[in-house]
Write a protein that binds this ligand. Structure first.
Ligand SMILES: *Cc1c(COP(=O)(O)O)cnc(C)c1O
Length: 387
């Protein structure tokens, strides 16, 4: 890999050489048949990943544009939205909804814990919710939503399920053909830079037939760039023009999606689950606990609390000096925890190296930790992806 540093933050994630090569291919006209063919393939691969009977959109923008596109095409001003929030990114739907005059109700979990599905059921039973947003993996807390429990509850009350997969898609199961009780996941949104492993800049959204019906009923939505009706003709025939697609990023994304499908979704879910478990088990040998309990911890990233005596700034800059980049924690956890990504094209070798570097840094900063034992623990838990 060409990278000089290990970028183990919750996105962007390490980019592999074949994706860099694709990114550096010659920039062509967005109507050049050679580019159009690649865009078509990228869209087809996206459909294949989500297994959707509806439509997918691959456009310029970050994950936040994907969130906006998902919401504004399905929930109209004055309609009711229930936000299930497990942290900072769950809360982002509150601001988004407010910007569009949507009526918001929120169920917020204390950071590191889950929203109780019973509370979700009680809220929905009061009636009138058009949609519910669920953040699959909240990047601020490392908490994963339990879709097997939450989605059937939402579908029982006939609301749309809008799933934020920005830190989960391609690493945690988001199968739009899967039945959850009376329904399916209606909308999944994501970005290119997290578990898909492509540089930032692409917003990806999938709508099923139910969600497309919801768009149809709204008639006029308060958006132009984010109106799926402006993009549908392009998704069906990428030689058409609405707004210039990011040609080089689409080359890169097509290659990223090729790698995703080549590995296979089931293998990817298994690999990421093992990564998450292994990283957390190894760090616990150092006396570092994850904020989320293991049974609700995300496969893609972990939010790790510092042991007594470790200074956030000094710890992360020492690691950066050794070539390992991890992220600080957000909001009230800033200074008290750090976040480590373990997703996308991150390898088991990189993660093992990270465990060693973290151990060395802790020892340099006054702790006395057993690196060999942590590495052993890591290998034991990561074994499933080694063979
Ligand atoms: C990163 C992230 C976002 C925001 O994506 P941007 O690309 O930064 O706009 C939204 N939701 C989740 C769960 C994320 O992890």
């Amino acid at each position: 890999m060409r990278n000089k540093e290990m970028l183990l933050i919750p996105g962007p994630t390490p980019v592999v050489d074949s994706i860099y090569d694709a990114l550096a291919s010659e920039t062509r006209s967005h109507t050049d048949p050679r580019f159009v063919e690649i865009y078509k393939n990228a869209i087809a691969k996206t459909r294949e990943m989500f297994k959707t009977d509806g439509e997918v959109f691959v456009i310029s923008g970050s994950g936040t544009i994907a969130m906006e596109m998902a919401l504004v095409n399905t929930v109209a001003a004055g309609e009711k939205l229930l936000v299930i929030s497990h942290g900072y990114f769950g809360d982002r739907f509150i601001k988004l909804g407010e910007a569009f005059g949507i009526e918001i109700d929120v169920l917020q979990a204390e950071w590191g814990t889950h929203v109780d599905p019973k509370a979700v059921e009680e809220k929905l039973a009061t009636g009138g919710y058009k949609a519910v947003t669920i953040t699959h993996a909240d990047t601020s807390t490392g908490v994963a939503a339990n879709l097997d429990v939450l989605v059937p509850v939402v579908k029982k009350y006939g609301a749309l399920v809008i799933l934020d997969g920005v830190c989960a898609t391609a690493a945690m199961e988001e199968d739009m053909s899967k039945a959850y009780g009376d329904g399916k996941i209606d909308v999944v949104l994501t970005g290119s830079q997290k578990a898909i492993g492509v540089p930032p800049g692409l917003a990806v959204v999938a709508f099923n037939q139910t969600a497309l019906e919801a768009r149809k009923k709204i008639e006029k939505i308060p958006a132009y760039y984010c109106d799926i009706y402006n993009w549908l003709p392009i998704m069906h025939d990428p030689s058409k023009y609405f707004a210039t697609p990011p040609v080089n990023l689409i080359y890169a994304y097509d290659e990223g999606m090729r790698l995703v499908l080549e590995e296979g979704m089931a293998a990817r879910y298994e690999r990421h689950t093992a990564y998450g478990r292994a990283v957390r088990a190894a760090l616990s040998v150092y006396g570092m606990k994850a904020l989320a309990n293991e049974d609700i911890a995300a496969a893609t990233l972990s939010c790790i609390l510092y042991p007594e005596g470790i200074n956030d700034g000094e710890f992360r800059s020492a690691l950066a000096g050794k070539g390992l980049i991890v992220a600080g924690a957000l909001a009230h956890l800033a200074g008290k925890a750090f976040r480590i990504g373990h997703m996308g094209n991150t390898t088991v070798e990189m993660l093992e190296k990270a465990i060693v570097l973290i151990g060395e840094t802790l020892n340099e900063q006054g702790l006395s930790v057993d690196i060999d034992q942590a590495v052993e623990k890591f290998k034991e838990e990561a074994l499933t992806v080694r063979n």
